[in-house]
Design a protein around this ligand. Structure first.
Ligand code: SF4
Ligand code: SF4
Length: 221
């Protein structure tokens, strides 16, 4: 039997990845689009079972953080109570720090994908996500980001992708009436933000890439 002390430590490390059995929570509006963020395949993310940062082998839809932090938006920071405890996602139900076997058994299996979730929320969103992924997949962009500091052509292609990503989001809002609050679910986090994982940032108003910090992403070249 779980002896969770309700300390909230696991919730502060970040919201759970959703699984197929959580789809009903989206359909019922218990988890609205504004509460969800997609981490795309190849993106650097914390593995809660192994306790390491690693590129995702497939995408994950997660609960958003709160106040710019990883802490799950449904956690009350003062009381450590979960605002949706009775209807919390499957991964939260499996979480037990005394015995991680249940979490390990389900952790990266049966994860909910955008292809399954988005059609239940809006008829256009899955096609928009697919068109964005065609240009912005990490399988293509991660090698470019790793080479960009010493390869001008890789840097140029990466900048092009970052600008495409930004423009695509703006067009989706203006022309397809996508709510701002759904952008992180449909397209994931902006490429511009994720450059930091490669120790890169924009300079000169977005016209140039520069080294800005440590390379966190593993060298896959
Ligand atoms: S599962 Fe563990 S870390 Fe999470 S709230 Fe319970 S006691 Fe704290
Ligand atoms: S949904 Fe609730 S139990 Fe799950 S991480 Fe968020 S606050 Fe914690």
């Amino acid at each position: 039997m779980s002896r969770c002390k309700a300390c909230g430590a696991c919730c502060r490390r970040g919201g759970p990845a959703l699984h197929r059995e959580d789809l009903a929570l989206l359909e019922a509006g218990i988890l609205p689009p504004a509460a969800l963020v997609t981490l795309r395949a190849g993106e650097l993310a914390r593995d809660d079972v192994r306790g390491v940062l690693a590129p995702l082998s497939g995408e994950a839809i997660t609960l958003a953080g709160s106040g710019g932090l990883w802490s799950c938006l449904y956690l009350d920071a003062l009381s450590n109570r979960c605002a949706i405890y009775a209807e919390r996602p499957a991964q939260c139900r499996a979480q037990c720090c005394e015995d991680t076997s249940a979490l390990a058994a389900m952790y990266d299996r049966g994860r909910l994908t955008r292809a399954e979730a988005l059609p239940q929320l809006h008829p256009d969103w899955s096609a928009l996500a697919g068109a964005h992924e065609d240009e912005c997949a990490w399988a293509r962009l991660a090698p470019l980001a790793l080479r960009a500091p010493y390869d001008a052509e890789a840097g140029r292609l990466l900048l092009e992708a970052v600008r495409f990503d930004q423009a695509f989001r703006e067009l989706a809002v203006e022309r397809a009436a996508v709510p701002d609050a759904a952008l992180l679910l449909i397209f994931g986090r902006p490429l511009r933000v994720l450059l930091a994982d490669f120790g890169l940032a924009f300079a000169d108003g977005g016209g140039r890439l520069v080294r800005s910090g440590l390379l966190l992403y593993p060298d896959i070249l």
